[in-house]
Design a protein around this ligand. Structure first.
Ligand code: FCB
Length: 462
């Protein structure tokens, strides 16, 4: 296992607007699909909503001070489309842009490079009402919104990420109904994959035209067949094609992984073959970097007839699919129940490096773990498991770097405890603890550990 990372390797932390900002009705912010979703009973754990979140909108100066003191190089945050263009398309809300202007200035003053994501799942509700990502219209609206933001901040922000984890947004929000916008369309929901990617391609053109550098964030993981049996191997390959490669091949290779998926996309989007070709050309814009979020691998088997998978499935899939996710055995788990397999991060980096001949420089844009941390009587938060988790995952990245894979940075998810989507505030991924009643911030042991790691690495001789 390698421990060496070059001195210029960039350490960072990540967050997303709706998970931390709160202030959901202030300064002209419009409604997002996550506000609507969380307001429905039974959608999130304990009925939690993002209305207050970590109150970062009001406390961003304190939060930036925590970021500065940690010594990180980069901070990845997201910009809330409903703050900037409340209706999704049309009138710009200057107060929304002002917030990000202040945030970017505060980060630069703190010596931190801002790396904004333009879309982290918080679509303006009015766009959803028009069909959301199931329509080409939304891709065009995203490009317009991108132009507005990059025009305002592009004099200080160089690196832009377009969308976050299109696979999770498509599968959980459109195919299934576990996340906003909770459409539960089954395979019909794959239209959202294509139009998010089209939005990405159009946005990259805008970013490049305005002199910025562009990338995207994909969630990727190795898919492990449950056995050597051909049926399981085939099922695992199919699952990997649908959840990994459908969302990376068009961007990095300009095509969908196979004919079945191409057919699925043309049918669900109502796109002609000629139009699809034009779309793929737009989607496959050259990128300046590529972000990978990694949490855990997935283990897949071909469904065994007569086996009851209820309560067994690790990942939700629509009923009747020719693959079934099953638990990974004999591994430690986070408090969220996610399997801890650091070597799988090296594996997925190797797999991507082999699959894509011209892979742009990679950043690990999210990696982290939820443990149900508490502030102890001495006022500290002891989270040794998170330290072990991060240590092992950073070493897994160093292994990939030692192989010659061009990984340039590692960002911890997350800078502070926040709204973990349908799991609400119960899951705590932060390096900084947030008290839900008082909003008081406490740096966890892992925060101090990470600061020391960054300090030491800066002294490496390369
Ligand atoms: C990822 C999301 C991020 C966060 C982590 C735990 O899928 O991109 O917002 O919630 O999971």
């Amino acid at each position: 296992m390698s421990t060496h990372l070059p001195r210029h390797f960039r350490f960072g932390m990540s967050t997303a607007a709706i998970q931390i900002e709160g202030a959901s009705t202030e300064d002209g912010r419009g409604v997002s699909i996550w506000d609507t979703f969380a307001a429905q009973p039974g959608t999130t754990k304990n009925g939690d909503t993002p209305a207050v979140a970590a109150d970062h909108y009001h406390r961003y100066r304190d939060d930036v001070e925590d970021l500065r003191a940690s010594g990180i190089d980069d901070y990845r945050f997201s910009i809330a489309w409903p703050r900037v263009i409340p209706q999704g398309r049309g009138t710009v809300n200057p107060l929304g842009l002002d917030f990000y202007d202040r945030l970017v200035d505060a980060l630069l003053e703190a010596g931190i490079r801002p790396v904004p994501t333009l879309y982290h799942w918080d679509l303006p509700q009015p766009l959803q009402d028009e069909g959301g990502w199931l329509r080409r219209y939304t891709a065009e609206a995203f490009a317009e919104y991108t132009r507005v933001v990059v025009t305002r901040l592009g004099d200080r922000v160089e690196n832009w990420l377009t969308l976050n984890e299109m696979n999770v947004h498509t599968l959980y929000g459109h195919v299934l109904a576990d996340h906003a916008p909770a459409l539960g369309l089954g395979l019909e929901g794959f239209a959202a994959a294509h139009f998010q990617m089209l939005g990405h391609g159009l946005a990259v053109r805008e970013i490049h035209a305005l002199g910025g550098r562009a990338g995207i964030v994909g969630q990727h993981y190795p898919v492990i067949p449950a056995s050597d049996e051909p049926g399981d191997i085939e099922a695992a390959e199919m699952f990997a094609a649908l959840t990994n490669w459908t969302f990376a091949d068009p961007i990095l290779l300009g095509r969908y992984p196979d004919d079945t998926i191409t057919a699925l996309v043309t049918t669900t989007t109502g796109t002609t073959e000629a139009q699809l070709e034009r779309d793929l050309e737009t989607i496959a814009q050259p990128l300046d970097f590529y972000g990978i979020n990694y949490y855990e691998p997935v283990r897949i088997e071909a469904p065994r007839s007569g086996k009851d998978y209820s309560g067994v499935l690790e990942v939700d899939v629509p009923e009747g699919m020719p693959f079934s996710p099953v638990p990974i055995e004999n591994v430690p788990r986070t408090d969220f129940g996610w399997a801890v397999v650091p070597s799988a991060l090296t594996d997925i980096l190797r797999e991507m490096n082999t699959r894509y001949p011209v892979l742009p420089p990679i950043y690990i844009t999210e990696s982290g773990a939820s443990f149900h941390d508490e502030v102890t009587e001495d006022g500290s938060v002891h989270d040794p498991k998170r330290i072990d988790f991060l240590d092992a995952h950073i070493k897994a990245v160093a292994d990939a770097v030692a192989d010659g894979i061009d990984v340039r940075g590692y960002y911890v998810w997350s800078a502070l405890d926040n709204f973990e989507w349908a799991a609400g505030y119960h899951e705590r991924f932060g390096l900084v603890h947030v008290d839900r009643d008082t909003m008081r911030r406490t740096r966890k042991d892992s925060w101090y550990w990470y600061r020391e790691l960054i300090r030491t690495n800066k002294q490496a001789d390369d």
